[in-house]
Design a protein around this ligand. Structure first.
Ligand SMILES: *Cc1c(COP(=O)(O)O)cnc(C)c1O
Length: 714
């Protein structure tokens, strides 16, 4: 069959044990067996390290896609790097983020299998010589790429695909040179230089870092993967019709390479190089084959950096037959601004593929209580065809179902309250509205802490009139900050500082809690998302490509308070705008404000509650021992906030008042929850992958019918 190669510098897999049991239909059997042994399966699951080989959404998308591709029965491979250290562990010390190395392989990794028989050389540096036999690449430094395979089981369909991650190994003659001049010890120690290539994941989400080691990582994965792809192609009957020379005519029909952002962009020049220099295909043909084979997914509208370097995004656009954004609004922005000139040249290349999430991990595995009550009503079909959730629509007014859904959410509140209590020794109010926002803190996001002003304002409100009735709230905020990123780290300190004041204010009692979710990662997301009532997705319109966290919350029965950005737009379209809490400037309005000139002070002067919150932060109300602590934040917000936070403040606060109002009526709230769940079917990564297969990879839609489960659900 045609093979799909998903190239990504990140695969944010999280834990594997429960997912394996779920997809193989073994969960109850294992549960029972473990119980017989006097053990608790949930406790065992907690021992597993997360495979944290990603920063956030982009890496998690790759992981969801692997699950969907296996479930859809596609012959698909994930190719990436086996980082020895994944995304750092975040510790909070005195309110500040402290990074710790993620030594996830310390006790071994039972899910992987080394495949030394497929080890490949990757060449760096050297020089090029033109000889009568063609171009020769000489005097290179060789690093070996050792593949490690991890099985990717589909959901109950007897399909198991492979994720192949490369690890850098120094060849035995590495620095033999030095050895010969007598410094054997030095030569052995220098092996580290080669092996550093796969040492650590760069902890940058949505940010280009022009480091040589990062470029080496990008070439390393691409060079090893392409050799592997071509070896496999040649060993198939299509590659070796001519025993002397392989015909690459059929290569694009048998091989589809999907580039997850520009990170593996070097696949394009490297494939051309191999075809021309090694396989002796002529230049024009090599270009044609490469273009037909490669496709590029863009994940960000933020510029990637220095114009004097090769622009990887432009390289991807010209070297691919398809370019896609990850939500409708984002794909439109690509055509209208980021790649405008390219779009005018080749409009047929531009597509949209709205992101999705796998409903196995993000519903069945993380929220079995909710999955169960849905199965009771509409059967199990939705687990492989999420659009079937539509069948829940008539139940929006079903008293019994409303009660069941509310009960499941209440149960998750209690379960999570207990977990937090163990960690924080603080009382949470399980009857409060859980508002959650957790995602990697990066440039486009760090100023968007509107909820910080909400907290300040709510806190002030309670202090001013303690007897008034308040809708109790638990506000949870989480996410790692890139270690070199000062402002994001300050915001974390601000949240923890506000928490330490608010959470210990006796007047507040348990009506308001501010929790920073330490070390947010896949396994923590699986615990907190099912407990959420309100999902906060408040990027400045036009800055968030899609988001996938928003989809996880929707599927798990949280209502969204959000701007018209990324996939929020399509979530509102699916569920009806009146069933989300949509607020703030639209893209066109943000652009108009850009033209007019955004002036933060205008809002500060006009809105007394905003002014009070900003003044409190700036004057050290939350940092009495260090009154100047948050001066930089206030300065950024007042004087150079590219993301125009204050412009959305008023609308946000009005919207939060509507949230309060609805939360006072649990039945009406739950009706909207059911409406949202019923309309979340579009956001399955099965749907996304079906579209990639049909529109980009050229796989026949008829091949993509999900085979019926042949293992009974346990
Ligand atoms: C889904 C997910 C993300 C992406 O969340 P966004 O809100 O879309 O940025 C980030 N981190 C983890 C651990 C996730 O599971």
């Amino acid at each position: 069959p045609q093979r799909i190669y998903y190239l990504s510098l990140e695969f944010y897999m999280g834990r594997t044990l429960q997912n394996t049991m779920v997809n193989l239909g073994l969960q109850s059997a294992c549960d029972e067996a473990i119980y017989q042994l006097g053990l608790d399966l949930e406790e065992l699951e907690e021992i597993e390290e997360d495979a944290g080989l990603g920063n956030g959404g982009l890496g998690r998308l790759a992981a969801c896609f692997l699950d969907s591709m296996a479930t859809l029965g596609l012959a698909a491979y994930g190719y990436g790097i086996r980082y020895e250290f994944g995304i750092f562990n975040q510790k909070i010390v005195n309110g500040w983020q402290v990074e710790e190395a993620d030594d996830w392989l310390r006790y071994g990794n039972p899910w992987e299998k080394a495949r030394p028989e497929y080890m490949l050389p990757v060449h760096f540096y050297g020089r090029v010589e033109h000889t009568p036999d063609g171009v020769k690449w000489l005097d290179t430094q060789v690093v070996l790429a050792m593949p490690y395979d991890t099985p990717v089981p589909g959901y109950r369909n007897n399909t198991v695909n492979t994720m192949r991650l490369w690890s850098a190994k120094a060849p035995n003659d590495f620095k033999l040179h030095d050895f010969n001049v007598g410094d054997y010890i030095e030569a052995v120690l220098d092996r580290n230089l080669a092996e550093n290539i796969s040492r650590v994941l760069y902890p940058n989400d949505n940010f280009f870092e022009g480091k040589e080691l990062r470029l080496k990582q990008e070439y390393f994965v691409v060079a090893a993967t392409l050799q592997d792809i071509i070896r496999r192609f040649k060993s198939s009957k299509f590659g070796c019709r001519d025993p002397v020379r392989t015909s690459f005519e059929t290569f694009p029909d048998k091989v589809a390479i999907q580039l997850n952002d520009t990170h593996p962009a070097l696949a394009i020049p490297e494939l051309i190089r191999i075809l021309v220099d090694v396989e002796k295909v002529d230049w024009d043909k090599a270009w044609e084959i490469t273009k037909k084979t490669c496709a590029y997914t863009n994940h960000t509208v933020l510029p990637e950096g220095d114009c004097k370097r090769i622009n990887m995004a432009h390289l991807c656009v010209i070297g691919s037959h398809a370019i896609n954004g990850v939500a409708r609004i984002h794909s439109e922005i690509l055509k209208q601004s980021v790649f405008k000139d390219f779009y005018e040249l080749e409009p047929e290349k531009f597509q949209n593929k709205t992101n999705g999430i796998t409903p196995r991990r993000w519903l069945l595995l993380c929220n079995p209580g909710l999955a169960d009550i849905i199965v009771e009503k509409i059967g199990e079909g939705f687990l492989t065809d999420l659009s079937q959730l539509k069948q829940l629509l008539p139940l929006v007014t079903d008293e019994g179902f409303i009660r069941d859904v509310a009960k499941v959410k209440q149960h998750r509140h209690l379960k999570y309250t207990y977990k937090i209590d163990k960690n924080y020794f603080r009382d949470l109010n399980p009857l409060s509205a859980f508002q959650e926002e957790a995602k990697m803190a990066h440039r486009a996001r760090c100023s968007r802490c509107l909820c910080i002003y909400l907290i300040c304002t709510l806190h002030e409100g309670i202090r001013k009139d303690p007897t008034k009735s308040f809708v109790p709230r638990t506000v949870m905020i989480g996410g790692k900050a890139a270690p070199g990123y000062h402002m994001a780290k300050m915001i974390i300190k601000l949240v923890t500082s506000i928490g330490s004041v608010v959470n210990h204010d006796p007047i507040v009692g348990d009506r308001l809690r501010v929790i920073f979710l330490e070390n947010y990662r896949v396994s923590l997301a699986e615990k907190v998302i099912p407990s959420a009532d309100l999902s906060q997705q408040i990027s400045t319109a036009g800055t968030e490509a899609s988001g996938t966290g928003n989809m996880k919350f929707m599927l798990n029965g949280a209502l969204t308070i959000g701007t018209m950005d990324g996939a929020n737009v399509e979530m509102a379209e699916e569920a009806g705008e009146e069933n989300l809490f949509i607020f703030g400037l639209r893209v066109e309005e943000v652009e108009a404000l850009d033209q007019k000139g955004y002036n933060a002070r205008e809002y500060y002067d006009r809105l007394p509650e905003l002014r009070q919150a900003v003044d409190q932060i700036g004057s050290g109300f939350f940092s009495p021992k260090e009154p100047d602590c948050f001066r930089d934040i206030v300065n950024m917000l007042m004087n150079h906030d590219r993301f125009k936070v204050f412009a959305d403040y008023e609308a946000y606060m009005e919207c939060q008042a509507k949230v309060d109002q609805l939360y006072r009526d649990p039945k009406e709230w739950t009706k909207k929850v059911i409406q949202n769940i019923a309309c979340s079917g579009k956001f399955s990564s099965d749907r996304t992958i079906t579209e990639y297969a049909r529109d980009i990879w050229g796989a026949e839609p008829s091949d993509l019918k999900i085979p019926p489960p042949n293992i009974p659900r346990d």
